[in-house]
Design a protein around this ligand. Structure first.
Ligand code: DON
Length: 303
């Protein structure tokens, strides 16, 4: 099978659905992104990278950053994060406040916004600087020393993020934040604003398909910890559409409202697909369709 041909076929096949849905506009900095873009990259564990379309265009990673913050917090703090966050699908929108209050400030999982705030909070208190820890990880693993947050996007989310600010205060009211609310929010907005391409993200997530081993061959997480992150990605990584995503794609995946999705085939490769227009649960419409085609054509789902 020639992967370059497979990717070209997928790009042609999803072309009619590129632009279907809506670009996230609740973060003003994202509202002006051209929805007619599509890119895909497959980073094999052997080192080759196969790409198609706009695979080298940078986009806002948004919630995909939550996989990297979770990986790092488990590197620095073992498994203690699970005392403060559950690992069940929420069945609710990623920014819901209701469930958090009903469940006494313990977020359902680390990938909904409330859970990600707790992860970032813990990462900030264990490392002293969550931003530097994240930046170092994504730069080293992607191979691009220039990867960084986009201050314009971070500022635009800061200026309009009343819901996420309310969520951080609600967590603090339940004593589930260690750092000051403003500091946690600043770190969170920065990590969501990371600007990366499909190629860079697929490479940066390689430790997920290498059972916790970094690009340079050193170990970041144990086999068991990496298994657990992949499992939580499968069950919770695409929010209240996680069941549909598992049904169609059959892989652990993590989406972001920038339109990217990072998916993992353990032992084989990491895939990143990007197309900005989103379906109702905040996942890229063409991105999900492309991953569905990819696992169908290659037979490489985990099932
Ligand atoms: O906090 C937010 O709402 C955004 N910065 C991230 C949300 C997100 O990417 C959810 N993904 N599908």
């Amino acid at each position: 099978m020639d992967l370059d041909d497979v990717l070209e076929e997928i790009r042609a096949e999803v072309a009619p659905s590129v632009g279907t849905g809506v670009v996230a506009d609740y973060i003003p900095g994202l509202a002006c992104v051209d929805p007619q873009q599509f890119g895909m990259a497959v980073a094999m564990n052997t080192g080759e990278v196969h790409v198609t379309g706009d695979a080298d265009t940078c986009f806002s990673v948004q919630s995909i950053s939550k996989v990297f913050s979770l990986g790092l917090v488990m590197t620095h703090d073992s498994n203690r994060i699970w005392e403060r966050i559950s690992r069940e699908p929420s069945g609710n929108p990623f920014n819901s406040l209701l469930q958090l209050d009903q469940e006494w400030g313990k977020p359902r999982n680390p990938f909904i916004n409330a859970g990600a705030l707790v992860v970032t909070d813990r990462l900030h208190s264990t490392t002293g600087d969550a931003r530097s820890a994240m930046r170092e990880l994504v730069r080293r693993e992607s191979g691009n020393p220039m990867v960084d947050g986009d201050p314009r996007i971070a500022q635009s989310e800061h200026d309009t993020g009343h819901r996420i600010a309310a969520m951080a205060h609600l967590l603090a009211s339940y004593d589930n934040l260690e750092c000051p609310v403003e500091e946690v929010l600043e770190q969170y907005f920065w990590q969501c604003s990371l600007a990366m391409s499909c190629r860079e993200l697929a490479l940066a997530g390689g430790w997920l398909s290498r059972h916790g081993v970094r690009a340079d061959g050193t170990r970041m997480l144990s086999l068991q910890q990496t298994k657990r992150i992949n499992a939580v990605m499968l069950t919770c990584g695409t929010y209240d559409a996680a069941g549909e995503f598992a049904y169609r794609v059959g892989l652990p995946g993590k989406s972001g409202v920038g339109g990217g999705i990072l998916a993992v085939i353990p032992d084989r490769c990491t895939i990143c697909v990007w197309s900005p227009a989103l379906g109702p649960s905040g996942n890229s419409t063409a991105g999900v369709a492309a991953l569905d085609l990819f696992t169908t054509r290659t037979g490489w789902s985990i099932f």
